[in-house]
Design a protein around this ligand. Sequence first.
Ligand code: PBG
Length: 327
Amino acid sequence: MDLTIRPRRLRANESLRRMVRETRISSDSLVYPVFIKEGHNIKDEIPSLPGQYHYSPDMVCEAAELALQAGVGSLLLFGLPAHKDPVGSEAYHDHAALQEGIRALKEHYSDLQVITDVCMCEYTSHGHCGILNGTEVDNDKTLPYLAKIALSHVQAGADMVAPSDMMDGRVAAIRQVLDENGFTGTPIMSYSAKYASAFYGPFREAAGSAPAFGNRKSYQMDPHNSREALKESLTDAAEGADILMVKPALSYLDIIRMVKESTNLPLAAYSVSGEYAMIKAASAQNLIDEYAVMCESALSIYRAGADILISYYAPELAAAIRKGDIG
Ligand code: PBG
């Protein structure tokens, strides 16, 4: 055969394939989500997220140890309160589980990057991400609460805050309050393009944060839209976000690519609970090879343009990178 171009030449052996890889991944870019629950001596496996745990503040260092041993240096923390009320007041309580967990982590691991999710849905009795006005989530009334929550996390020692509520103007509101309190150097990682997704199901089970009525479609984005993701991302960037995010990841690879090409901020992708739980469930039935699918899924998110990956598989992915199976 007279073939000039033979793409197979560059696939001939492992070292050649590794040399020409277009996507390089480092475990430095992985973030591991962790749930902190009120109480003592708790490390309970989360039924909807096999292999993930609820930790009480006195036990959360185990999660940090697991991550750091694997080579993951960043955690994204979620708090579960003991009591919920209409304004989610435990979210900004200085001695709530999350704030105590932050203190424990920073006391033991000063180099660990502690990022906190800033939202109200785990804390409100109605399960919505803001303050209600009748059955509507009131955007502007919610902003001071979000800023207060972010400030309380940073005062407890958080290195970075990540608002996930999808209220308009929240990045500016949080930036202003952090700055007024002397935290001008604390970055904001904004959940900038967060879709109203069915892939959050296992998380809501884990965090007890399903809305008591209705849904989140009046504040989270419509999955039909992509240009709107740019509008959201550019708005958050203009309000002072330091890192942008697309969430979920796997069904939104086009959005990751699009946002990446339109901003020069670092871009995170959140491979959410449903993505993790589906791989777990399918592999439990021997339908897929869990390890291989985990690796390929993560790789595809980086290939689409993510600089940072938030994943429940972060420690396992770091091990896969170390072994050279991806990266
Ligand atoms: C809080 C929040 C959610 C997730 C992250 N922050 C749930 C939601 O918006 O309902 C989802 C994370 C996941 O599914 O892994 N608003």
